[in-house]
Write a protein that binds this ligand. Structure first.
Ligand code: NDP
Ligand code: GDR
Length: 355
């Protein structure tokens, strides 16, 4: 294949929410896509099975999976040498903020040093002048908010081991860009969700539980901090921004956000509204409950076990730079996002009430 027109992408974290949407997107654009998967004792490819297991949707054998891990430098070198990617999307991470308090060292190994390992693997293979590199940076970097809304120049103040690890990754990407002239970009993405969102993130936890309540399979959901505010968008929109960053002439960092913020409480209300129920809040703090209007059944309880040692209270992104330079804008509204997730979880629970 001609070097000039080769379009070969390597995605770390391909089995995750974003990796699966990105793989689909790149295959549609004619890329050959390689993904790194981890060996697990159970299948972990549910989000991408449709892309490679089915010969009809296999896109002419353009999707390939390789075993690997962000903690294993030699395997990263071997894979990059074999694949010679033209673009690398580094999405692999221990991505759960709460879990990072329990597994702080591992989170740093994967999210911080893992990013360094892959950058060094690129250099070891002599590809630093040809590969374009995308780093999955995050709005969690802003943590304790210094400025509202947050832009590319807002100071960082990380509030979890996850955010601290991602802070290292952000700066090592910046440093390698400056030191070695690498085409490396940080996408500072605000929360993005979808029917493929991991089940323990708050939006998916809510839509799954509300779907169960709708079908009579459950009565109540336990949550943590209802007052935390997030800038939520749809993952499908956000992965396009990743690709756009690597199609520019100059590598830069971009905020990707919806520009709207809502509390966890508002997400709960929107999910219940979708099934035609209104929630009435009573009490304060850990004693607070959410009752269904009319029936008075308790639908929401607050539990201390979901509170974090340090919380990020409010996130609100300003994606003006991405709008201006990448011509990127989010398409899916908050209401459409909730609908997409609710429809999908109601279907899932109908098919498999034990899911
Ligand atoms: P997910 O948690 O859904 O996916 C994470 C992926 O990383 C999975 O494929 C997982 O594999 C893989 N992974 C975890 N540890 C390792 C490891 N040691 N070696 C190799 N692969 C590993 O995350 P998302 O798709 O939601 O997010 C993608 C990236 O974007 C992450 O880096 C996340 O931190 C970041 N981010 C996400 C945002 C969001 O709102 N979704 C916002 C901003 C940034 P497995 O399936 O085997 O567990
Ligand atoms: P976040 O997402 O920490 O923003 O990180 P998450 O959905 O886990 O939490 C959002 C907010 O909801 C509050 N919350 C709860 N959270 C969870 N998980 N479970 C609960 O029961 C619950 N109740 C209330 C949290 O305290 C928090 O304030 C996500 C991840 O995808 C990161 O990888 C990514 O970098 C950031 O988004 C941007």
């Amino acid at each position: 294949m001609d070097r000039e027109i080769r379009k070969v992408a390597l995605i770390t974290g391909i089995t995750g929410q974003d990796g699966s949407y990105l793989a689909e997107f790149l295959l549609e654009k004619g890329y050959v896509v390689y993904g790194i998967i981890r060996r697990a004792s159970t299948f972990n490819t549910a989000r991408i099975n449709h892309l490679y297991a089915d010969t009809f949707s296999h896109k002419g054998g353009k999707m390939h999976l390789r075993y690997g891990d962000m903690t294993d430098s030699s395997c990263l070198v071997k894979l990059i040498k074999e694949i010679e990617p033209t673009e690398i999307y580094n999405l692999a991470a221990q991505s759960h903020v709460m879990v990072s308090f329990d597994m702080s060292e591992y989170t740093a190994e994967v999210d911080a040093v893992g990013t360094l390992r892959i950058l060094d693997a690129i250099r070891t293979c002599g590809l630093e002048k040809s590969v374009k590199f995308y780093q999955a940076s995050t709005s969690e970097l802003y943590g304790k908010i210094q400025e509202n809304p947050q832009t590319e120049t807002t100071p960082f103040y990380p509030r979890s081991p996850y955010a601290c690890a991602k802070l290292y990754a952000y700066w090592i990407v910046t440093n390698y860009r400056e030191a070695y002239n690498m085409f490396a970009c940080n996408g500072i993405l605000f929360n993005h969700e979808s029917p493929r969102r991991g089940e323990t993130f708050v939006t998916r936890k809510i839509t799954r539980e509300v779907a169960k309540i709708h079908l009579g399979l459950s009565e109540c959901v336990e949550l943590g901090n209802l007052d935390a505010k997030r800038d939520w968008g749809h993952a499908r929109d956000y992965i396009e921004a990743m690709w756009l960053m690597l199609q520019q002439d100059t590598p830069k960092d971009y905020v990707i956000a919806s520009g709207e913020t809502r509390s966890v409480r508002e997400f709960v209300e929107a999910a219940f509204a979708y099934i035609g129920k209104k929630i009435i809040w009573e009490g304060k703090g850990l004693e607070e409950i959410g009752k269904e209007e009319g029936s008075g059944i308790v639908r929401i309880k607050v539990s201390s076990k979901y509170f974090r040692p340090t919380e990020v209270d409010l996130l609100l992104g300003d994606a003006s730079k991405a709008k201006r330079e990448l011509k990127w804008s989010p398409r899916v509204t908050f209401t459409e996002l909730v609908k997409d997730m609710m429809d999908s979880d109601i279907e899932l629970m109908k098919r498999n009430p034990l899911a």
